[in-house]
Structure formats: structure tokens, C-alpha cells
Ligand binder design. Structure first.
Ligand code: PLP
Length: 506
């Protein structure tokens, strides 16, 4: 019989507390810890179950249960007549290194992060939700939240058999919803499509990722606007694409400059209806130039149409997809016109690509929750969705007008207001030399959320702030405009020259 270890020489077992219950589990956990920290070595024999139960003051069966659990997990081996030992094959290297003598083990010792983890951790910071105070973007509360019909329909649909907990769904999405979306984008956005060309997504963020995944390979070259939505450029980086940022002017992306800078791009990621963040639509001439380039080069256009339903002067601009349905991947979202936590959006793609989009979606998370898809399909089918958009467009228009009036009244001359005629935000340009990132931090400390614009540029960054007006009542917007003025004053050096009001251009 090999020499058995005495219970007393396994310090980790002292952690076992009979009063705390689940003693078998505690013993197993203490033995795992003893093996991990080297108190018990590979091949070493444990005390007998009898000795261990006596010294711990527990029933022998409790110890036997812990031993059996650890045998199943591969930590221990038992041989008839020889007792129980730590598995000799439990390689020394599999254990964490012992801390240097004299130092207590540091549970939060830093580990070296792989390069992609470093990049992704930075992305996380950019997606941390902001407090829901003015001028946060996309806070659809109160008058702009979906009305009682949404709740009523949700209850009705969820109580019905169709949306009750069920099996896996189609990764392309629920056919009723794909039909409703195809009808809607055909009518309202001049998108050319059949329901079979629609894939339901978890929002445009996922649509961007799927498009990159399906259309491109690591190392492929792509164009992105400068400035651009950081959630989009981060996707391109994560997919190891080589991005050429292309400046925008009053007509949108400069296609000639893009061709000159990167002639062999495989795709262009653009926001033609409402450039993000600057707000202008892409001119017809530029749309035609972009489509001609895509056709000539066998390249793709990824159209992020994130908030074009909300236009206050005239009708929404038609989509680019309608100009070139076989070259454009159209991305739509319910985040702006319904609410972002719904996490529903859609891709409209040429039919031959649909299975690939659905396959990429299936690998990520299979599909969007079926019940939510049923609720949205019914909301759209019953005409409530379009009525909701008409209603919120009126509310947003009034809030936008209030904010423009407040800012015009309260902002100093060296700050230039740029009101866009669509969407849920407008811009304030700050003079050269202003640190908009620092200003946004000060504003936050003062209970105001503004998004700095300079980090959205790669080249020739301009300092400015994005102000969302969608989620707030007029009085809140007015009060926040006054507070923002005070923050801006604190950041304005006394000697700064005063440029003319509204001097900003794109
Ligand atoms: C330009 C742009 N694209 C995409 C998105 C992502 O939207 P979603 O909530 O649909 O993922 C946003 C969100 O703010 C956006 O502003």
C-alpha cells in the first residue's frame, strides 16, 4: 500500500465549512484547488476516505461522493487495494505557475491579451450606453415610443400559438416579416426586391458585419467615408480588411478621389441618404458615379440606410439600391423608427447571395427571436408601423425646431450650428483647436451627453459635437442648451478670435 498523505498536510481542505452546506462539493472544490496550487502532486496518494471523513467531521459517504466526482473529471484515479491518487497524467504544465516564494498568489494577475482581444476591448468602450439625458442619440421614450398598439399586439401575438416558444427558426427570418419588410422598402425607399431577398438581422450593426463576412476576404481593400460611423469602421478592422477612408464634401463621398487613392477596392461602405455624421445626402451625380464604378469593377456597394425615414423637408431620398439592385447590399434598421433594444434590422441582397447571408447569420446566433419577429410582422401588416412613423416624424420635427431655436439663442458666435433636414441629431461645429473629446467629458460630468465628431475622422479631423434631440421634451432641450453653453464657455480661451456665425461647411 503506498504512503497516504495526511489530511492535515493539505491546507486547502481547511476551507471546508460544514455549516455552509453542500459539503461534498466543498471538499471536491478544495481538492481541485490543492491540485491546482501544487499542494497535491500528480501521482500522489490522498488520505483514505475514512481518515478524511474523520478529520473533517463529515460522513464518509460525503467524501466518497467528492472523490467520485473528481474521478469522473479526471483529477483522481482509484485502484482497488491501493487507494486514490491524483491522476499521474495530470501534466505539471496544465497547472498555473506557483507564485514566487514570499508572494501571495495574485488572483487578478494580468494575462497577455491577443492582439484581436485588445482591439475588441476598445470597441466595447465605444458601445457602452450613455445616460439617457439630453443630447443622447436614440432614446425613444415618451411621445416617440411605440404606442399602446405595440404592447397590445405584443401580448396578443405572444399568447398565440404562432409565437409561443418553439423550435429553431429560419436563419433568413420569418417569411411573414420578410414579406412585410419587402413591401415597406419597395414602397417607401424605392428598393427593388422580393421577400426572398430579405434577411432579418439583429440590426444594421450585424448587417454591416454580415456584408463584410459574405462579400470580402481578409486583406481585401474597401472604401469607407471620412468621417464615418465608428461601429462600421470597427467592423472593417475586425474583418482584417484594408480600408481607404475617402473624404466627403457637400455631395457626399468623392468617388474620383476614391478611385485615385484605391483603384482596386472590392466594396464601398456608404450612407447615401444621410451621411453619418455630417448629414447631407449623396448627390445624384455621385450615386451614378459610384454605381458605374461598382459595375465596372465588379465591386459591391454597402448602403447603410439607418434613419432616412425621418426627413422633415420633403420626402425621404430614394435608396441607392434602386439604381443598381445587383451591386448594392441595402441595410435597414428598426432601431431609429421603433427602438434600438428591439435589435431587429434587415439586409436586402441579390438573390444568389441570400443563402450566404443566412449561413453567416446562422454561424453567429442562428436567427432573431421568433416571437419578436411575429410582433413586428403584425405591426407592419396592420398598418401601425407606417402610422407610427408619420406620428414620430411630426414629434421629431417639433423637437428639432425647438433645439435649433434654443441653440441659436444660447450658443456663442464661434460655435456654428449645422441642422440637417433629417434624422435625430444635428451638429455643432467648434472652432479650430477645440478639444471636442475633452468637452464631451466635461459635458457628461455636468449631466449632458454629446458625441464628439473629431474621432470619427481619419484625416483632417474637425472638432464638433453631435446632439440628439429625438428622446427629449422641448423644456429639457432648452435647459440642456443653456448648460451646454456654460460648458463650452469654460472651454473657450478668453483671447480666442470670434469667427462669423454659421461659418461651417461640410
Ligand atoms: C450610421 C449607423 N449605422 C449603423 C448603426 C447601427 O444601428 P443598429 O442599432 O441597427 O445596429 C447606427 C446606430 O446608431 C448608425 O448610426
Amino acid at each position: 500500500m503506498p504512503r497516504l498523505r495526511a489530511t492535515i498536510s493539505i491546507p486547502s481542505l481547511r476551507a471546508v465549512d460544514r455549516a455552509a452546506g453542500q459539503v461534498g462539493r466543498q471538499i471536491a472544490q478544495s481538492l481541485r484547488a490543492a491540485i491546482a496550487n501544487g499542494e497535491l502532486k500528480a501521482g500522489e496518494y490522498l488520505p483514505s476516505t475514512r481518515a478524511l471523513s474523520t478529520s473533517l467531521g463529515v460522513a464518509r459517504g460525503t467524501v466518497t461522493e467528492a472523490f467520485e466526482q473528481l474521478q469522473t473529471e479526471g483529477y483522481l484515479e482509484s485502484q482497488v487495494g491501493a487507494g486514490t491518487r491524483v491522476a499521474p497524467t495530470l501534466a505539471e504544465q496544465a497547472r498555473p505557475p506557483r507564485p514566487p516564494a514570499g508572494r501571495s498568489p495574485n488572483k487578478t494577475a494580468p494575462i497577455e491579451l491577443p492582439p484581436r482581444a485588445v482591439r475588441l476591448a476598445k470597441v466595447m468602450a465605444a458601445f457602452t450606453p450613455m445616460p439617457e439625458v439630453p443630447f443622447a442619440i436614440a432614446v425613444p421614450g415618451g411621445a416617440v415610443a411605440p404606442d399602446d398598439n405595440w404592447r397590445r399586439l405584443g401580448n396578443r401575438v405572444r399568447a398565440s400559438r404562432a409565437a409561443a416558444p418553439a423550435s429553431y427558426g429560419d436563419p433568413r427570418g420569418l417569411i411573414e416579416l420578410r414579406q412585410a419588410i419587402a413591401d415597406y422598402v419597395r414602397k417607401s425607399r424605392a428598393v427593388h426586391c422580393e421577400p426572398e431577398q430579405v434577411v432579418i438581422t439583429a440590426g444594421t450593426q450585424q448587417g454591416l458585419y454580415l456584408a463584410g463576412r459574405v462579400l470580402l476576404s481578409a486583406g481585401d481593400r474597401v472604401w469607407a467615408e471620412d468621417p464615418a460611423y465608428p461601429g462600421m469602421t470597427a467592423v472593417l478592422d475586425d474583418l482584417d480588411l484594408v480600408t481607404t477612408r475617402v473624404g466627403v464634401d457637400a455631395q457626399g463621398i468623392d468617388v474620383d478621389a476614391a478611385i485615385a487613392a484605391c483603384p482596386d477596392a472590392r466594396a464601398a461602405f456608404v450612407t447615401p441618404s444621410h451621411q453619418y455624421p455630417l448629414g447631407m445626402p449623396m448627390s445624384m451625380a455621385r450615386r451614378n458615379a459610384l454605381v458605374a464604378w461598382a459595375a465596372r469593377s465588379n465591386a459591391w456597394i454597402v448602403e447603410d440606410d439607418y434613419d432616412s425615414e425621418l426627413r422633415y423637408a420633403g420626402h425621404p431620398f430614394p435608396s441607392m439600391q434602386g439604381l443598381a439592385p445587383s451591386r448594392v447590399i441595402y441595410l435597414g434598421t428598426l432601431s431609429k423608427v421603433l427602438f434600438p433594444s428591439l435589435r431587429l434590422g434587415y439586409v436586402v441582397a441579390p438573390l444568389p447571395l441570400i443563402d450566404a447571408f443566412a449561413g453567416a447569420r446562422a454561424l453567429l446566433d442562428r436567427h432573431s427571436p421568433t416571437a419578436d419577429q411575429h410582433v413586428l410582422a403584425a405591426y407592419m401588416r396592420e398598418g401601425l408601423f407606417e402610422a407610427h412613423i408619420r406620428r414620430i416624424r411630426g414629434v421629431y420635427a417639433a423637437r428639432r425646431a425647438t433645439l435649433i431655436a434654443s441653440l441659436t439663442r444660447h450658443m456663442p458666435d464661434h460655435v456654428a450650428l449645422q441642422p440637417s433636414d433629417q434624422g435625430m441629431h444635428l451638429l455643432l461645429w467648434l472652432p479650430q483647436g477645440f478639444d471636442d473629446v475633452q468637452l464631451a467629458k466635461s459635458a457628461l460630468a455636468d449631466g449632458i451627453v454629446v458625441r464628439p465628431i473629431s474621432p470619427m475622422y481619419e484625416a483632417a479631423a474637425r472638432a464638433g459635437l453631435m446632439l440628439g434631440f429625438g428622446g427629449f421634451e422641448p423644456e429639457e432641450l432648452e435647459a440642456a442648451a443653456i448648460r451646454l453653453r456654460q460648458v463650452i464657455d469654460l472651454h473657450t480661451p478668453q483671447r480666442r478670435a470670434k469667427p462669423r456665425r454659421n461659418e461651417a461647411s461640410h
